[in-house]
Ligand binder design. Structure first.
Ligand SMILES: Nc1ncnc2c1ncn2[C@@H]1O[C@H](COP(=O)(O)OP(=O)(O)OP(=O)(O)O)[C@@H](O)[C@H]1O
Ligand SMILES: [Mg+2]
Length: 383
């Protein structure tokens, strides 16, 4: 009898553990099912073709003209559930037939801030060697109006809107522009003319507009346009679409300078090595009408520039400065800097930390050979 009840107990025990197992397995099954569904959904995402980000150019009845990132434009359908659209909106479109699916919020300033360099330079005036006249001119035309706008109001004259720095490469044009931005604590917005028209095909004019908008917001500011000749060169014809695009960008630049909205604390500094090919419209009175020539340094200039770039170098006491200055005739500031760096390398190669006269002489030779090679390559390309 007793045996029978023990057996009964065992059966009951087994039964409960079985029930337990089943409910555990059911739970597990449910969890796996959910996981499976999540994975299916993820998989579905991977299978779906990506949508194209494009811009609405115009609306024609129930269709839209969209512009793709590559500049091509198409007349396309608008999806049923798409929000109301207007020209200029950013949208997502299907890849196959470019049906507009929905509108996206695009930050207007997104473009500019990504494409231009914005900084607060810290270049002090004493980092610029020679160029005293140029420094004085820039202080008068850019620094004074930014620092004392009231003075100009009292006297009743309009300070120039901008200047054009021109001269050979590597002579310190960028350096001067950064120094005046630093001394006026201005935002320095740097644009390169050639990039404006090559990299941002079809967007040059729009970008110019946004650059000036940004400059007004961040005033006092200096819009620095390097290689301005790339957008402001005289053109004999504007036949190709590329040329028309450059023309549009140039027109936009002129209209920003002439602008309805006063530029106020926004100054423009243009830079070029090719003033000869510049469209005279750019330098007409009221535009970049102060031309400042930045030449190769003379002997005194070279002395100052060498002093600046050897400031932190250890060198022998008997360095013959006069010889170095004589041997670097027609060197630009950038080349003089290269000489100093190269002299440092000569010392390193010879396990020294002190630079000798010979290091300088070797460096001068090396840099001038490099310059000569570049010049012959240049001539080789153009006859
Ligand atoms: N007058 C100068 N005084 C001190 N350093 C100079 C001078 N000119 C050039 N340099 C040195 O050479 C570097 C390049 O000069 P910078 O970029 O100002 O030349 P640039 O005239 O703008 O040339 P580019 O026409 O090629 O743009 C400077 O960062 C600086 O180190
Ligand atoms: Mg420069």
């Amino acid at each position: 009898m007793g045996n029978g009840s023990v057996k009964q107990d065992k059966i009951e025990e087994a039964f409960f553990s079985y029930v337990n197992d089943v409910s555990g397995l059911e739970d597990e099954n449910r969890a796996l099912k959910e996981h499976n569904e999540t994975l299916e959904r993820e998989l579905e995402k991977f299978r779906r073709a990506p949508l194209i980000v494009c811009e609405i150019r115009d609306l024609i009845e129930d269709k839209a003209i969209v512009r793709l990132p590559n500049g091509n434009e198409f007349l396309v359908e608008i999806g049923k559930n798409c929000d109301a659209l207007k020209a200029g909106d950013g949208v997502l479109a299907e890849q196959k037939n470019l049906t507009v699916i929905r509108r996206i919020l695009t930050n207007k300033k997104f473009d500019v801030e990504r494409f231009v360099v914005i900084e607060k330079p810290t270049v002090p005036w004493d980092a610029v060697g020679g160029l005293h006249e140029q420094e004085r001119d820039i202080k008068e035309v850019i620094e004074l109006p930014l620092k004392k706008p009231d003075l100009f109001r009292q006297v009743g004259i309009q300070p120039p809107k901008g200047i054009l720095l021109h001269g050979p490469p590597g002579t310190g044009k960028t350096l001067l522009a950064k120094a005046v931005a630093a001394s006026t604590n201005s935002t320095f917005i740097e644009v390169v003319g050639s990039e404006l028209v090559q990299k941002f095909i079809g967007e040059g004019a729009k970008l110019v507009k946004e650059i000036f908008q940004l400059a007004r917001e961040k005033a006092p500011s200096i819009v620095f346009i390097d290689e301005i000749d790339a957008i402001a060169a005289t053109r004999v014809d504007v036949g190709t679409s590329g040329e028309r695009e450059v023309q549009r960008t140039f027109m936009q630049l002129l209209s920003e300078i002439d602008g309805f909205e006063p530029l106020g604390n926004v100054k423009i500094i243009g830079c070029t090595n090719r003033k000869d090919i510049l469209d005279t419209a750019m330098v007409r009175p009221g535009r970049l009408d102060r031309l400042i020539y930045v030449p190769l340094p003379d002997a005194d200039g070279r002395k100052e520039i060498l002093r600046i770039h050897t400031r932190d170098m250890k060198h022998d006491k008997d360095i013959d400065h006069e010889e170095i200055i004589k041997l670097t005739e027609a060197f630009s500031g950038a080349e003089l800097k290269a000489v100093c760096t190269e002299a440092g390398y000569c010392a390193i190669r010879n396990d020294r930390v002190k630079i000798t006269q010979q290091d300088f002489l070797d460096a001068i030779k090396k840099v001038s050979e490099e310059v000569r090679r570049e010049n012959t390559e240049f001539k080789g390309m153009f006859g």
